[in-house]
Design a protein around this ligand. Structure first.
Ligand SMILES: Cc1cc2nc3c(=O)[nH]c(=O)nc-3n(C[C@H](O)[C@H](O)[C@H](O)COP(=O)(O)OP(=O)(O)OC[C@H]3O[C@@H](n4cnc5c(N)ncnc54)[C@H](O)[C@@H]3O)c2cc1C
Length: 392
């Protein structure tokens, strides 16, 4: 999909992000991976340049430039550093509950802080015993005097320990299954809330992934998002809109690896010529580029659907397809990039080994790709394919 579809303002913003990514983020990527430390300098860089604002409407201090541009921004950053791209993707993930289900008062209280990047956000759905089967969660929220008391824990939460605001899901009616789950905004300094530990990981090393503990954590009743019992539907509506952020991250990693492998293949010579001129390598490069472009088509189409005002139910399948395809492409393409670099692909001096490790998580979080296939198939089963019916 041609970039010319963007308005002049959107193009300018994309170019700003691209330049920042190349000049300021790329030189830090290997260090971030090596140190396993949260990149506060990059979070600050994004704040200074108003990048979090790309995710928000003007009303809240954002640019109001839409979903497509925010996905392109994540893609541009992920081309050089997957961990840094997650700063934007998770800011969106953690803010969507407020955007979709928040009251005017809740939005006024929190969205400007999130749009400026003063506060980072997180989304806490997963528990030790409930990932894909998120409705099996055990964290409870009992209604007390003007507050809900949360007890339980969450696992694998991105931005744990760095976020100031957590969108948390808990059971207000444990007997009511999906309808017994509610959503809350929990501020990081709420008594009874703590980050118990952070996980060492294969990739996206600078991003924190942690365990949250709620022990008699009193959350003001005003911090309930939507109605009691509406939490599961809110969680799924959020994921429909946030998964393309992971898709954009995957696509960016894939394109970054393709670009690197291409340059390498032009310069590395074997048997008297650049390896790019060996047909087996040329074919790999052609496949990598084609897969990236196909993935981009699905992703940008999703962005255009949201910006064009598509209804929630139209987004589910488009979102799952973008997430599935972009992230499978990320894994395939980065693996091929390592292959093209040969032994140099496997050592840390070259970025493609990091890209391959970073790509893997995109197939797992915000719903594994097995779950995306289930979602797509479920949506397909709701559709009527009239020409087939006529033949039956
Ligand atoms: C680095 C990282 C960051 C994360 N960030 C967050 C976050 O910010 N917030 C958050 O809430 N969660 C987060 N997660 C959690 C992540 O979304 C879950 O790990 C993921 O959804 C899978 O859940 P699980 O690990 O429990 O795997 P399981 O659900 O136990 O799945 C195990 C395997 O079985 C497959 N499977 C499960 N059910 C089915 C089925 N019905 N049909 C076919 N196959 C199936 C899965 O695809 C997978 O391959 C993060 C995880 C990681 C590793």
């Amino acid at each position: 999909m041609p970039y010319e579809l963007l308005s002049e303002e959107q193009r300018e913003l994309r170019d700003l992000v691209r330049t920042l990514a190349r000049e300021r983020v790329a030189p830090r990527a290997a260090e971030i991976d090596e140190s396993h430390e949260f990149p506060w300098d990059i979070a600050e860089l994004f704040r200074e340049h108003g990048l979090y604002g790309l995710l928000f409407d003007e009303e809240w201090g954002g640019t109001g430039t839409g979903t497509l541009l925010s996905l392109i921004a994540i893609e541009e950053i992920a081309k050089v550093c997957a961990t840094s791209s997650l700063l934007l993707a998770v800011q969106e993930l953690g803010s969507l509950g407020l955007k979709l289900a928040g009251t005017q008062e809740q939005k006024e209280r929190y969205l400007p802080k999130l749009a400026s990047g003063e506060w980072l956000a997180a989304y806490a759905l997963t528990e030790a015993g409930s990932g894909s089967d998120s409705a099996a969660m055990r964290t409870t929220a009992r209604r007390g005097d003007g507050a809900y008391v949360l007890d339980g824990g969450k696992r694998f939460i991105t931005n744990a320990g760095v976020a100031k605001l957590y969108t948390v899901f808990a059971k207000t009616d444990p007997e009511a299954g999906h309808d017994g789950i509610s959503a809350f905004v929990v501020e990081a300094d709420t008594p009874g809330f703590e980050v118990a530990r952070l996980e060492p990981k294969m990739g996206i090393a600078g991003s924190t992934t942690g365990e949250l503990v709620f022990d008699g954590c009193r959350v003001p009743a005003d911090n309930l998002l939507g109605e009691e019992g509406e939490g599961f539907r809110i969680a799924m509506r959020i994921l429909d809109r946030s998964r393309p952020g992971v898709a954009a991250q995957g696509l960016g990693i894939a394109q970054g690896a393709t670009d690197y492998a291409l340059e390498y293949a032009k310069h590395r010579e074997t048997m008297g010529k650049p390896i790019a001129q060996h047909q087996l390598i040329a074919a790999k490069l052609a496949d990598m580029e084609t897969k990236c472009e196909a993935a981009r088509g699905l992703l940008y189409r999703f962005g255009q659907m949201v910006d064009g005002g598509a209804a929630d139910e139209e987004l589910t399948k488009a979102s799952a397809m973008a997430k599935l395809y972009c992230t499978d492409v990320a894994m395939e393409v980065t693996t091929e990039a390592v292959q093209i670099l040969g032994g140099y692909g496997y050592i840390k001096e070259y970025p493609v080994e990091r890209m391959m490790r970073d790509a893997k998580i995109t197939q797992i979080y915000e719903g594994t790709n097995e779950i995306q296939r289930l979602v797509i198939a479920r949506e397909m089963l709701k559709e009527t394919r009239a020409f087939l019916l006529a033949e039956v």
